[in-house]
Design a protein around this ligand. Sequence first.
Ligand SMILES: Cc1cc2nc3c(=O)[nH]c(=O)nc-3n(C[C@H](O)[C@H](O)[C@H](O)COP(=O)(O)O)c2cc1C
Length: 292
Amino acid sequence: MTAETLDESLNELVEVGALTTRGSNQALREEEFDDAWAWGIPAAMLHFGVQNNNYLSLEEAEEKQVAKLDTSRAPDLYTDNSGYEDVVPLVNNLGNSAMLSLMAKRRTIREVSSQPVQVNDIADCLFAGLGIIGTTANCTGELPLSMTPSGGARNPFEAYVYVNRVDGLASGAYHYSAIDHSLGSVRPHNGLLPAGDLVGNQDWMNEMACVIFLVGQLERSMWKYDDANAYRVVLIEAGHIAQNIMLAATEHNLTACPSAALAHEKVNDCFRLKGIATAPIYALGIGVPSRH
Ligand SMILES: Cc1cc2nc3c(=O)[nH]c(=O)nc-3n(C[C@H](O)[C@H](O)[C@H](O)COP(=O)(O)O)c2cc1C
Protein backbone atom coordinates (compact mmCIF):
# COMPACT_ATOMS: atom_id res chain seq x y z
CA MET A 1 0.00 0.00 0.00
CA THR A 2 1.43 3.42 -0.97
CA ALA A 3 1.40 6.41 1.40
CA GLU A 4 -1.26 7.93 -0.84
CA THR A 5 -3.65 4.97 -0.68
CA LEU A 6 -2.99 4.67 3.07
CA ASP A 7 -3.99 8.33 3.48
CA GLU A 8 -7.09 7.75 1.40
CA SER A 9 -8.09 4.72 3.48
CA LEU A 10 -7.47 6.61 6.73
CA ASN A 11 -9.58 9.53 5.48
CA GLU A 12 -12.40 7.16 4.61
CA LEU A 13 -12.25 5.64 8.10
CA VAL A 14 -12.38 9.17 9.61
CA GLU A 15 -15.31 10.04 7.34
CA VAL A 16 -17.40 7.07 8.54
CA GLY A 17 -16.42 7.76 12.15
CA ALA A 18 -14.38 4.56 12.62
CA LEU A 19 -11.29 6.68 13.37
CA THR A 20 -11.07 10.16 14.85
CA THR A 21 -8.47 12.89 14.43
CA ARG A 22 -6.82 13.88 17.71
CA GLY A 23 -8.30 17.17 19.01
CA SER A 24 -11.28 17.12 16.62
CA ASN A 25 -14.84 17.63 17.92
CA GLN A 26 -15.52 13.97 17.26
CA ALA A 27 -12.45 12.95 19.31
CA LEU A 28 -13.50 15.25 22.17
CA ARG A 29 -17.00 13.75 22.12
CA GLU A 30 -15.49 10.26 22.26
CA GLU A 31 -13.33 11.24 25.22
CA GLU A 32 -16.37 12.65 26.98
CA PHE A 33 -18.26 9.46 26.21
CA ASP A 34 -15.44 7.28 27.62
CA ASP A 35 -15.33 9.40 30.78
CA ALA A 36 -19.04 9.86 31.36
CA TRP A 37 -20.91 6.81 30.06
CA ALA A 38 -20.81 3.73 32.29
CA TRP A 39 -23.58 1.66 30.70
CA GLY A 40 -21.83 0.14 27.68
CA ILE A 41 -22.43 0.28 23.95
CA PRO A 42 -25.89 -1.36 23.58
CA ALA A 43 -27.54 1.07 26.04
CA ALA A 44 -25.61 3.96 24.45
CA MET A 45 -26.88 2.97 21.01
CA LEU A 46 -30.45 3.05 22.27
CA HIS A 47 -29.95 6.29 24.18
CA PHE A 48 -27.99 8.30 21.60
CA GLY A 49 -29.54 6.59 18.57
CA VAL A 50 -32.94 8.16 19.25
CA GLN A 51 -31.79 11.71 20.05
CA ASN A 52 -33.01 14.53 17.81
CA ASN A 53 -35.11 12.11 15.74
CA ASN A 54 -37.31 13.23 12.89
CA TYR A 55 -40.86 12.54 14.01
CA LEU A 56 -43.86 11.97 11.80
CA SER A 57 -46.63 14.56 11.94
CA LEU A 58 -50.02 13.38 13.21
CA GLU A 59 -51.30 13.26 9.60
CA GLU A 60 -48.27 11.27 8.38
CA ALA A 61 -48.55 8.83 11.29
CA GLU A 62 -52.26 8.29 10.60
CA GLU A 63 -51.69 7.80 6.88
CA LYS A 64 -49.01 5.20 7.63
CA GLN A 65 -51.28 3.29 10.01
CA VAL A 66 -54.21 3.31 7.61
CA ALA A 67 -51.91 1.96 4.86
CA LYS A 68 -50.67 -0.75 7.23
CA LEU A 69 -54.23 -1.94 7.87
CA ASP A 70 -54.30 -3.12 4.22
CA THR A 71 -51.56 -5.67 4.81
CA SER A 72 -51.46 -6.28 8.53
CA ARG A 73 -54.23 -6.75 11.09
CA ALA A 74 -53.88 -4.32 14.02
CA PRO A 75 -53.08 -6.21 17.23
CA ASP A 76 -55.72 -6.36 19.98
CA LEU A 77 -54.98 -3.66 22.54
CA TYR A 78 -56.29 -5.59 25.55
CA THR A 79 -56.72 -9.22 26.53
CA ASP A 80 -59.97 -10.54 28.01
CA ASN A 81 -60.32 -13.54 30.29
CA SER A 82 -62.54 -15.59 27.99
CA GLY A 83 -59.81 -18.23 27.64
CA TYR A 84 -59.79 -19.00 31.38
CA GLU A 85 -62.14 -21.45 33.04
CA ASP A 86 -62.47 -19.63 36.38
CA VAL A 87 -63.01 -15.89 36.15
CA VAL A 88 -63.42 -13.80 39.33
CA PRO A 89 -65.39 -10.58 38.70
CA LEU A 90 -63.97 -7.62 40.63
CA VAL A 91 -65.77 -4.68 42.18
CA ASN A 92 -65.33 -1.44 40.25
CA ASN A 93 -65.06 1.32 42.84
CA LEU A 94 -64.66 4.22 40.46
CA GLY A 95 -67.85 5.94 41.58
CA ASN A 96 -66.90 5.75 45.28
CA SER A 97 -63.24 6.66 45.39
CA ALA A 98 -61.94 10.22 45.20
CA MET A 99 -58.52 8.87 44.25
CA LEU A 100 -59.83 6.72 41.38
CA SER A 101 -62.09 9.54 40.19
CA LEU A 102 -59.14 11.91 40.00
CA MET A 103 -57.13 9.32 38.08
CA ALA A 104 -60.03 8.73 35.70
CA LYS A 105 -60.37 12.47 35.11
CA ARG A 106 -56.80 12.78 33.79
CA ARG A 107 -56.76 13.19 29.99
CA THR A 108 -54.35 14.42 27.35
CA ILE A 109 -56.23 17.43 25.98
CA ARG A 110 -54.16 19.22 23.39
CA GLU A 111 -56.72 22.01 22.91
CA VAL A 112 -56.18 24.62 25.61
CA SER A 113 -57.55 28.11 26.16
CA SER A 114 -55.36 31.22 26.20
CA GLN A 115 -55.99 31.55 29.96
CA PRO A 116 -52.83 31.56 32.07
CA VAL A 117 -52.29 28.93 34.76
CA GLN A 118 -51.48 29.91 38.34
CA VAL A 119 -47.93 29.63 39.64
CA ASN A 120 -49.19 27.83 42.77
CA ASP A 121 -50.80 25.13 40.61
CA ILE A 122 -47.53 24.59 38.75
CA ALA A 123 -45.77 24.54 42.12
CA ASP A 124 -48.05 21.65 43.17
CA CYS A 125 -47.32 19.77 39.94
CA LEU A 126 -43.57 20.12 40.44
CA PHE A 127 -43.79 19.22 44.13
CA ALA A 128 -45.95 16.15 43.42
CA GLY A 129 -43.47 14.95 40.81
CA LEU A 130 -40.11 15.82 42.28
CA GLY A 131 -40.34 17.67 45.60
CA ILE A 132 -38.01 16.28 48.25
CA ILE A 133 -40.03 15.49 51.35
CA GLY A 134 -37.56 13.56 53.50
CA THR A 135 -34.41 11.54 53.55
CA THR A 136 -33.24 8.02 54.08
CA ALA A 137 -29.67 6.88 54.56
CA ASN A 138 -27.38 4.08 53.47
CA CYS A 139 -23.66 3.33 53.74
CA THR A 140 -22.86 6.35 51.54
CA GLY A 141 -24.86 8.85 53.59
CA GLU A 142 -28.15 10.67 53.16
CA LEU A 143 -30.43 10.01 50.19
CA PRO A 144 -33.41 12.18 49.18
CA LEU A 145 -36.98 10.87 49.24
CA SER A 146 -39.82 12.24 47.17
CA MET A 147 -43.42 11.23 46.43
CA THR A 148 -42.28 8.86 43.69
CA PRO A 149 -40.06 5.78 44.04
CA SER A 150 -36.48 5.95 42.78
CA GLY A 151 -34.19 2.98 42.14
CA GLY A 152 -31.57 3.06 44.92
CA ALA A 153 -33.02 6.46 45.93
CA ARG A 154 -30.61 7.95 43.35
CA ASN A 155 -33.14 10.66 42.44
CA PRO A 156 -31.89 10.94 38.83
CA PHE A 157 -34.30 13.63 37.58
CA GLU A 158 -34.31 17.39 37.52
CA ALA A 159 -37.20 19.41 36.09
CA TYR A 160 -36.98 22.44 33.83
CA VAL A 161 -39.97 24.61 33.01
CA TYR A 162 -40.70 26.48 29.79
CA VAL A 163 -43.11 29.26 30.82
CA ASN A 164 -45.46 30.88 28.30
CA ARG A 165 -48.41 32.07 30.44
CA VAL A 166 -48.16 31.53 34.17
CA ASP A 167 -49.70 34.08 36.52
CA GLY A 168 -46.97 35.01 38.98
CA LEU A 169 -44.01 34.11 36.75
CA ALA A 170 -42.27 36.01 33.98
CA SER A 171 -42.25 33.93 30.81
CA GLY A 172 -38.94 32.20 30.14
CA ALA A 173 -36.96 29.09 31.01
CA TYR A 174 -36.55 27.93 34.63
CA HIS A 175 -34.92 25.19 36.68
CA TYR A 176 -36.96 23.64 39.50
CA SER A 177 -34.95 22.92 42.62
CA ALA A 178 -36.62 19.98 44.36
CA ILE A 179 -34.70 20.56 47.59
CA ASP A 180 -35.54 24.30 47.84
CA HIS A 181 -38.96 24.04 46.11
CA SER A 182 -38.13 27.10 44.05
CA LEU A 183 -37.61 28.09 40.44
CA GLY A 184 -34.30 29.50 39.23
CA SER A 185 -34.47 31.62 36.09
CA VAL A 186 -32.31 30.08 33.34
CA ARG A 187 -33.15 32.75 30.76
CA PRO A 188 -35.97 35.13 29.79
CA HIS A 189 -38.42 34.20 27.05
CA ASN A 190 -36.83 36.61 24.61
CA GLY A 191 -35.25 34.53 21.85
CA LEU A 192 -36.61 31.15 22.98
CA LEU A 193 -37.85 28.83 20.25
CA PRO A 194 -41.59 28.07 20.36
CA ALA A 195 -42.25 25.18 22.75
CA GLY A 196 -43.48 22.97 19.89
CA ASP A 197 -40.02 23.11 18.29
CA LEU A 198 -38.62 21.38 21.38
CA VAL A 199 -40.99 18.42 20.93
CA GLY A 200 -40.77 17.34 17.30
CA ASN A 201 -42.49 20.43 15.87
CA GLN A 202 -45.85 19.60 17.45
CA ASP A 203 -47.66 22.91 17.14
CA TRP A 204 -50.25 22.19 19.83
CA MET A 205 -47.43 22.42 22.39
CA ASN A 206 -46.99 26.11 21.44
CA GLU A 207 -50.38 26.83 22.99
CA MET A 208 -49.61 25.30 26.39
CA ALA A 209 -49.29 27.70 29.31
CA CYS A 210 -46.07 25.97 30.31
CA VAL A 211 -44.10 22.81 29.62
CA ILE A 212 -42.26 20.77 32.25
CA PHE A 213 -39.22 18.88 30.95
CA LEU A 214 -37.88 15.92 32.92
CA VAL A 215 -34.13 15.73 32.49
CA GLY A 216 -32.15 12.70 33.65
CA GLN A 217 -28.87 13.35 35.45
CA LEU A 218 -27.59 9.92 34.54
CA GLU A 219 -24.35 10.21 36.48
CA ARG A 220 -26.33 9.98 39.74
CA SER A 221 -27.47 6.48 38.79
CA MET A 222 -24.23 5.49 37.01
CA TRP A 223 -22.22 6.31 40.12
CA LYS A 224 -23.90 3.46 41.94
CA TYR A 225 -24.96 1.12 39.13
CA ASP A 226 -22.57 0.29 36.33
CA ASP A 227 -24.87 -2.21 34.59
CA ALA A 228 -27.09 -1.06 31.75
CA ASN A 229 -30.28 -2.17 33.50
CA ALA A 230 -30.00 1.06 35.50
CA TYR A 231 -30.78 2.90 32.25
CA ARG A 232 -34.17 1.13 32.16
CA VAL A 233 -34.69 2.09 35.79
CA VAL A 234 -34.18 5.78 34.97
CA LEU A 235 -36.72 5.65 32.13
CA ILE A 236 -39.26 3.91 34.36
CA GLU A 237 -38.84 6.65 36.97
CA ALA A 238 -39.75 9.32 34.42
CA GLY A 239 -43.16 7.64 34.16
CA HIS A 240 -43.69 7.71 37.93
CA ILE A 241 -42.77 11.39 38.15
CA ALA A 242 -44.86 12.36 35.14
CA GLN A 243 -47.93 10.55 36.47
CA ASN A 244 -47.76 12.48 39.75
CA ILE A 245 -47.39 15.74 37.82
CA MET A 246 -50.37 14.84 35.62
CA LEU A 247 -52.55 13.96 38.61
CA ALA A 248 -51.67 17.21 40.39
CA ALA A 249 -52.55 19.09 37.20
CA THR A 250 -55.85 17.22 36.95
CA GLU A 251 -56.66 18.13 40.55
CA HIS A 252 -56.34 21.79 39.49
CA ASN A 253 -58.57 21.25 36.42
CA LEU A 254 -55.56 21.51 34.12
CA THR A 255 -54.46 19.12 31.42
CA ALA A 256 -50.88 17.82 31.35
CA CYS A 257 -50.06 16.46 27.89
CA PRO A 258 -47.08 14.15 27.63
CA SER A 259 -44.57 14.00 24.81
CA ALA A 260 -41.42 11.95 24.43
CA ALA A 261 -40.76 13.32 20.93
CA LEU A 262 -37.93 15.51 22.11
CA ALA A 263 -35.59 17.64 20.01
CA HIS A 264 -32.78 16.99 22.48
CA GLU A 265 -30.31 19.61 21.25
CA LYS A 266 -32.95 22.33 21.27
CA VAL A 267 -34.01 21.38 24.81
CA ASN A 268 -30.34 21.46 25.87
CA ASP A 269 -29.92 24.93 24.35
CA CYS A 270 -33.14 26.25 25.86
CA PHE A 271 -32.18 25.25 29.41
CA ARG A 272 -28.38 25.56 29.03
CA LEU A 273 -27.88 21.83 29.67
CA LYS A 274 -24.42 20.37 29.16
CA GLY A 275 -22.75 16.97 29.18
CA ILE A 276 -23.65 13.64 27.64
CA ALA A 277 -24.97 12.26 30.94
CA THR A 278 -27.55 15.06 31.11
CA ALA A 279 -30.51 13.61 29.27
CA PRO A 280 -33.83 15.27 28.45
CA ILE A 281 -36.33 12.38 28.57
CA TYR A 282 -39.94 13.57 28.79
CA ALA A 283 -42.08 16.68 28.43
CA LEU A 284 -45.49 17.61 29.87
CA GLY A 285 -47.39 20.53 28.38
CA ILE A 286 -49.76 22.08 30.91
CA GLY A 287 -52.75 24.30 30.20
CA VAL A 288 -56.39 25.07 30.86
CA PRO A 289 -58.38 22.65 28.68
CA SER A 290 -60.76 24.31 26.23
CA ARG A 291 -62.90 21.15 26.05
CA HIS A 292 -63.66 18.20 28.32
C1 LIG B 1 -44.45 8.23 26.76
C2 LIG B 1 -45.57 8.97 26.05
C3 LIG B 1 -45.26 9.80 25.00
C4 LIG B 1 -46.26 10.52 24.35
N1 LIG B 1 -45.91 11.36 23.36
C5 LIG B 1 -46.87 12.08 22.71
C6 LIG B 1 -46.52 12.99 21.70
O1 LIG B 1 -45.37 13.19 21.36
N2 LIG B 1 -47.53 13.67 21.09
C7 LIG B 1 -48.84 13.53 21.45
O2 LIG B 1 -49.68 14.18 20.86
N3 LIG B 1 -49.18 12.68 22.45
C8 LIG B 1 -48.24 11.95 23.08
N4 LIG B 1 -48.59 11.11 24.12
C9 LIG B 1 -49.98 11.11 24.59
C10 LIG B 1 -50.80 9.91 24.12
O3 LIG B 1 -51.13 10.06 22.76
C11 LIG B 1 -52.05 9.78 24.99
O4 LIG B 1 -51.63 9.50 26.29
C12 LIG B 1 -52.98 8.69 24.50
O5 LIG B 1 -53.58 9.08 23.28
C13 LIG B 1 -54.05 8.33 25.50
O6 LIG B 1 -54.81 9.46 25.90
P1 LIG B 1 -54.92 9.91 27.42
O7 LIG B 1 -53.57 10.43 27.84
O8 LIG B 1 -55.98 10.96 27.43
O9 LIG B 1 -55.27 8.70 28.23
C14 LIG B 1 -47.61 10.38 24.76
C15 LIG B 1 -47.91 9.53 25.84
C16 LIG B 1 -46.91 8.84 26.47
C17 LIG B 1 -47.26 7.95 27.63
